[in-house]
Ligand binder design. Structure first.
Ligand SMILES: Nc1ncnc2c1ncn2[C@@H]1O[C@H](COP(=O)(O)OP(=O)(O)O)[C@@H](O)[C@H]1O
Ligand SMILES: [Mg+2]
Length: 564
């Protein structure tokens, strides 16, 4: 049983409502029923300001006095007796609470919170408004390094603190309907996390191009015109997905492609060592048999030469029709401006170091966050790009031997790792699942943001040990969260349909006790915002539309993705 000890900082200062002048203000009712997990309190209240009505509110914690201990309960249901309410009179009511844990007075001026109940409330026990010192003890994360993300919704004087190490190390998820403040909360979490951990690198997969605005001074943003992700970094499966642009493949063409890439890799010769593409392991290049998945670079010129050779064979191994069709697919990719990030600048001679250092910020030059603006990347290959990046993130964290830690933040994660395995792309799912399952050992973490937890692969969500659940109307989504979180109580989850914007229920490793919090307010400049929105605001709505600029952007690859 985890115990937390707290001083009574506010008790001494007189902030606690225990003074003899106000004895009745904290006494709010008496226990009239109790079972193993819940109790019922009978109370009375008037509607007048300053009376007890405001203590009784769903989601609040109250305490029940038991001598040396106080049982902590969470208000989950309330009824006015007789179903009537009379202004100005004392109204009888019954309140159901869920038993959360207990507070023990240690006698040295300190209090300790323990989950679970050892002394159940007796009938007639007095229910109190909870003391501030007790609330502090319940939500104290002990000596773990914390970041203040906001405050308790119950009492805005009490900070909501999250352990930064546990938040990252055990992966986290932020779920909630569109517009509740997920991205804004994530921007704040990331800003605080990189400030606390100088060796942390963050790669934000940003489908709406909104995060660059939130991290102006500490990030670089990459889009399809500035990203360099050379084709030879793509695994064979990823490359196949690109060549067929996410559509069903033609088996004979795939077989030909496998042979062509394998042969091109075999022809690649450089003097000295080359940093290799998919695992970063350095291997000698004079290995005789190269397969399409041998992690070495290759040249596009060799690919085209080998295709010509295949077409020139007297007894071709693959039908000319299929090889020609493959050639035209590769040619059109190679010349498509939207694919410049793969086929443009970084040729095989380019060193992997440069590519990796630009994506993973080594050295970071005070900009440890990389925002990858996916909205400019052709939608049909976004999945393969995410797969490559997640794989590289894992590899760089692993091979840095603890020097760097890498967090991959997946916005709209249900898109890359959908529940339905017939959707999405296998290697992307595998790369993200690998981080979720094995990453913590090597310093590679994943952060998941989604408005549709029900459409997300449940194995990924279950690996996220800290969850910030924001408003979720859909009961199926609520059930998913309930299943994913071991210590969530039924009544806590039922709040999810009604909590306000910027509010969340935080569960799991990163926090002391499940808590209902309000994320702190952020200024306009700190919030994520779509660049076109910001531009329109800057330039005024009547700015003449620059068609040439728009067409230029389209040619350069600004295809928007349907994220529904
Ligand atoms: N912490 C916050 N501080 C200030 N405004 C916020 C905060 N969180 C959300 N908002 C407001 O709500 C809007 C939507 O928030 P956003 O984070 O984009 O939601 P989501 O990602 O869940 O769709 C923001 O544009 C902003 O105006
Ligand atoms: Mg968002």
């Amino acid at each position: 049983m985890q115990a937390r000890v707290m001083d009574h900082p506010l008790e001494a200062g007189g902030g606690e409502r225990r003074s003899a002048r106000q004895p009745s203000e904290r006494m709010i009712g008496r226990v009239v029923a109790c079972d193993g997990s819940r109790a019922t309190i009978s109370a009375s209240a008037t509607s007048l300001v300053g009376t007890q009505t405001d203590f009784w509110s769903i989601g609040r914690l109250i305490s029940i006095s038991m001598g040396n201990t106080r049982v902590v309960g969470l208000v989950c249901e309330m009824n006015a007796c007789n179903g009537l309410w009379d202004e100005g009179l004392q109204n009888e009511m019954q309140v159901r609470i869920e038993l959360v844990g207990e507070i023990i007075d240690r006698g040295d001026g300190k209090v300790e919170f323990r989950r679970g109940i050892s002394n159940y409330p007796y009938l007639g026990a007095i229910a109190h408004r909870i003391r501030i010192a007790d609330l502090l003890a319940i939500h104290d994360i002990g000596d773990r390094a914390g970041i203040e993300v906001g405050w308790l919704s119950q009492d805005s004087t009490i900070p909501a603190t999250v352990s930064v190490e546990d938040l990252l190390r055990c992966h986290f998820a932020v779920v909630g309907t569109t517009g509740v403040g997920k991205s804004s909360a994530v921007a704040m979490l990331l800003r605080e996390a990189v400030a606390k951990k100088p060796n942390l690198r963050v790669l934000v997969l940003d489908p709406h191009n909104e995060y660059a605005h939130a991290f102006r001074s500490n990030s670089v943003s990459l889009d399809s015109t500035t990203l360099e992700l050379p084709f030879w970094i793509f695994s064979f499966e990823e490359m196949t997905d690109v060549v067929f642009r996410g559509r069903p493949t033609v088996q004979e063409e795939v077989d030909a492609l496998r042979e062509i890439i394998g042969a091109a890799k075999g022809r690649y010769r450089v003097t000295g060592e080359v940093a290799l593409s998919s695992t970063l392991i350095r291997k000698p290049l004079d290995v005789a048999n190269f397969s399409a998945d041998t992690p070495v670079p290759y040249r596009m010129s060799d690919v085209f030469k080998i295709i010509e050779e295949l077409l020139g064979q007297l007894e071709p191994r693959f039908s000319r029709f299929h090889v020609r069709s493959l050639r035209s697919r590769i040619e059109s990719l190679n010349s498509d401006p939207r694919y410049r990030f793969m086929f443009g600048r970084a040729t095989a001679e380019d060193c992997l170091d440069r590519v990796i250092s630009s994506i993973f910020r080594v050295p970071h030059e005070n900009r440890p966050i990389t925002v990858l603006q996916l909205a400019g990347i052709p939608s049909e290959v976004v999945n393969s790009v995410v797969s490559v990046l997640a794989r590289l993130a894992f590899d760089i964290a692993t091979w840095s031997g603890g020097e760097f830690e890498v967090l991959v933040l997946c916005e709209e994660a249900h898109r890359y790792v959908p529940n339905d395995s017939s959707l999405g792309f296998g290697p992307t799912r595998a790369a993200i699942a690998r981080i979720a399952k094995e990453g913590r050992k090597y310093g590679c973490y994943v952060g998941i943001v989604t408005q549709r937890p029900g459409e997300l692969d449940p194995t990924i969500l279950s690996q996220c040990s800290t969850v910030f659940a924001m408003r979720l109307g859909n009961t199926r989504d609520q059930d998913i969260i309930r299943a994913a979180i071991a210590d969530s109580s039924a009544s806590t989850i039922s709040f999810l349909s009604s909590i306000g914007n910027r509010e969340a229920i935080a569960f799991g490793e990163g926090v002391a006790t499940p808590m209902r919090i309000t994320f702190k307010y952020q200024s306009e400049a700190e919030l994520p915002a779509a660049e076109h929105g910001a531009k329109a605001a800057r330039n005024g709505a009547d700015r003449e539309i620059n068609l040439r600029e728009i067409i230029g952007r389209m040619r350069g690859g600004s295809e928007t993705i349907d994220y529904r």
